[in-house]
Design a protein around this ligand. Structure first.
Ligand SMILES: Nc1ncnc2c1ncn2[C@@H]1O[C@H](COP(=O)(O)OP(=O)(O)OP(=O)(O)O)[C@@H](O)[C@H]1O
Ligand SMILES: [Mg+2]
Length: 197
C-alpha cells in the first residue's frame, strides 16, 4: 500500500503523521518512509535517534520500493497543482492533515476542490486538536462531515510529547517517562486501524 501525506499549509503535522503511520504499518509488514521534502525533516528525525523502519529520500525511493510492502510518503507544504496531481494519482490513499483553525481548514478545502477533479482516494485527518474545554476539534470534524467530505473518525490531539519525540528522533510510543506517550500513540494507532486493521 502506498500512502501519501500532503497539505497546502505548512506545519499541520504532515511529517509527524507520515512518521507515525509508518510506525503503525511497520508492525504489519516491512515499511519504507520516503522523505519527499527538501527540508528533509523525516530524515533528520531518523538521524537524531532511531526509527523502527527505513527512511530514504525521493531519489533512493525507486531503488528501495520493491523490497517493502508498505510505503509512506511525506511531502513538502505548498505543492503546486501539477505536483499535487502527481502526488495524488501516485498513491492508494492520500492523507490530508489539517489543524482545526480557519486558515488550515480553508487550505484543506481548497485542496479538496482541486482533488475533486482527479482520480484519487483521499481522507482528511484533523491534527493538533487542543485540549478541553476547547471544542474546535469536534467543530472542525462536524463541518467537514456536513460538507460530505471523507474524514478519519479519529483525530490527533495536540500533545507536547509529539515535540519531544521529534527532538529525540523516535516515535511517541518509544518516549520514556512521559505519561502522555501512550495517549499520543493511540491517536495514530486508531488512524492506522481505520486504514488497515
Ligand atoms: N499532535 C501534535 N501535538 C503537538 N505538536 C505537534 C503535533 N503534531 C505536530 N506537532 C509539532 O508541530 C510542528 C509541525 O509538525 P510537522 O513538522 O509534523 O508538520 P509539517 O506539516 O510536516 O510541517 P512542514 O510543512 O514544515 O513540513 C513540529 O514541531 C511538531 O513536533
Ligand atoms: Mg514536514
Amino acid at each position: 500500500m502506498i500512502i501519501t501525506v500532503a497539505s497546502f499549509k505548512g506545519g499541520v503535522g504532515k511529517t509527524t503523521t507520515a512518521l507515525h503511520l509508518a510506525t503503525y504499518f511497520q508492525n504489519k509488514a516491512a515499511t519504507l518512509l520516503v522523505d519527499g521534502d527538501l527540508n528533509r525533516s523525516a530524515l533528520d528525525w531518523s538521524t537524531r535517534g532511531s526509527l523502527p523502519f527505513k527512511v530514504v529520500d525521493e531519489k533512493q525511493a525507486v531503488k528501495y520500493a520493491r523490497q517493502y510492502e508498505h510505503i509512506v510518503i511525506d511531502t513538502p507544504a505548498r505543492p503546486n497543482t501539477e505536483e499535487l496531481k502527481t502526488i495524488a494519482e501516485g498513491c492508494d490513499l492520500l492523507v490530508l492533515p489539517t489543524s482545526p483553525d480557519a486558515l488550515a481548514m480553508g487550505a484543506t478545502l481548497q485542496m479538496v476542490d482541486f482533488l475533486g477533479t482527479l482520480d484519487t482516494n483521499y481522507r482528511i485527518l484533523i491534527t493538533l486538536i487542543p485540549p478541553h474545554p476547547s471544542r474546535v476539534g469536534e467543530e472542525a470534524k462536524a463541518a467537514i462531515e456536513r460538507a460530505g467530505l471523507p474524514i478519519f473518525k479519529s483525530g490527533i490531539r495536540r500533545l507536547a510529547v509529539f515535540q519531544r519525540a521529534a527532538l529525540e528522533g523516535i516515535p511517541v510510543n518509544a518516549v520514556k517517562g512521559d505519561a502522555y506517550s501512550g495517549i499520543a500513540w493511540r491517536c495514530y494507532y486508531e488512524v492506522g486501524q481505520e486504514i488497515l486493521p
